[in-house]
Design a protein around this ligand. Structure first.
Ligand SMILES: NC(=O)c1ccc[n+]([C@@H]2O[C@H](COP(=O)([O-])OP(=O)(O)OC[C@H]3O[C@@H](n4cnc5c(N)ncnc54)[C@H](O)[C@@H]3O)[C@@H](O)[C@H]2O)c1
Length: 258
């Protein structure tokens, strides 16, 4: 049991397709006590049975609200060994339009919800970590390259990945590791908001070196490595779980050969 006796909070459960849910389930299977957090009251109906099925307390937390973040950490209690940040948001208009037309408010929203919130959660977590710990977030290739349809989420994920490095450098001396998993496209609620997502999914699966897409369970396995002692010497890392898609150069715009 890789997480026996560890306590961790997992943020970003919307439904049973959520990457957060796959990670929470895997952590519980490996002996962790997990608190599950959802962002929007409309999601409670779906999140509650999931939480109950793994014996996890369910905590509402809109990461735009400091009081709700504090309340979630208070409710879960200390100590904390790990936190998973599996959430992001951008206004639909800022994903469907041209990137150059991104509004000031839309840019701020995407960066605040998708990147700053990781820093806000890290601050609360570290104050409750007795003996080191592991912080993990979820990113995407659009942080590194301009991916059609990803719009303002690209710069938001770039800020998130830079935050991973800054947090890792700062918190390492306390034994706190900070990493990201950069996942290939997976059909989830958040993904449904990305224009051309189906095409993204199809293209990634056809050209990725492994010639297939990835699943939330495969992302959860990589997360388990980073959350547990298996990853004890790894920090500041962005681990790609994308069938190798990110190593491609010119082929990323083309098609595979079967
Ligand atoms: N699905 C993919 O293809 C894919 C690929 C790479 C990375 N990711 C990343 O994985 C993470 C999880 O997304 P997912 O695909 O599981 O989709 P999802 O829709 O299941 O999860 C996204 C979560 O973000 C939450 N959220 C949005 N705004 C919030 C707020 N203000 N406060 C609290 N929570 C808020 C939503 O409630 C939802 O639970 C995101 O960071 C996403 O960018 C997804």
């Amino acid at each position: 049991m890789l997480l026996q006796g560890r306590r961790g909070l997992v943020f970003g459960v919307a439904n049973d397709k959520s990457i957060a849910w796959a990670i929470a389930r895997r952590a519980v299977e490996q002996g962790a006590h997990v608190g599950l957090s959802y962002g929007d009251e409309r999601l409670e109906r779906r999140a509650r049975p999931l939480a109950e099925s793994i014996g996890a307390p369910l905590l509402r937390c809109d990461v735009n609200d400091d009081a709700q973040i504090d309340a979630a950490f208070e409710a879960f209690g200390a100590p904390i060994d790990f936190v998973v940040h599996s959430l992001a948001y951008a206004e639909r208009d800022d994903l469907t339009g041209r990137f150059v037309d991104t509004s000031r408010a839309g840019f701020r929203t995407a960066l605040e919800v998708s990147a700053f919130s990781f820093v806000a959660l890290a601050r609360r977590a570290v104050a409750r970590m007795n003996d080191g710990g592991s912080l993990l977030t979820l990113s995407y290739y659009g942080a590194e390259k301009a991916v059609p349809g990803y719009g303002v989420m690209g710069p938001a994920k770039a800020a998130l990945e830079a935050s991973v490095r800054y947090l890792a450098a700062e918190l390492g001396p306390q034994g706190v590791r900070v990493n990201a998993v950069s996942a290939g496209p997976i059909k989830t609620l958040a993904a449904a908001g990305i224009p051309g997502f189906r095409e993204m999914l199809r293209q990634a699966a056809s050209v990725a070196p492994l010639r297939r897409g990835v699943t939330a369970e495969e992302v959860a396995d990589a997360a388990l490595f980073l959350l547990s002692d298996l990853g004890r010497a790894v920090t500041g890392e962005v681990l790609h779980v994308d069938g190798g898609y990110h190593v491609l150069g010119g082929a990323a715009g083309g098609e595979g050969e079967g």
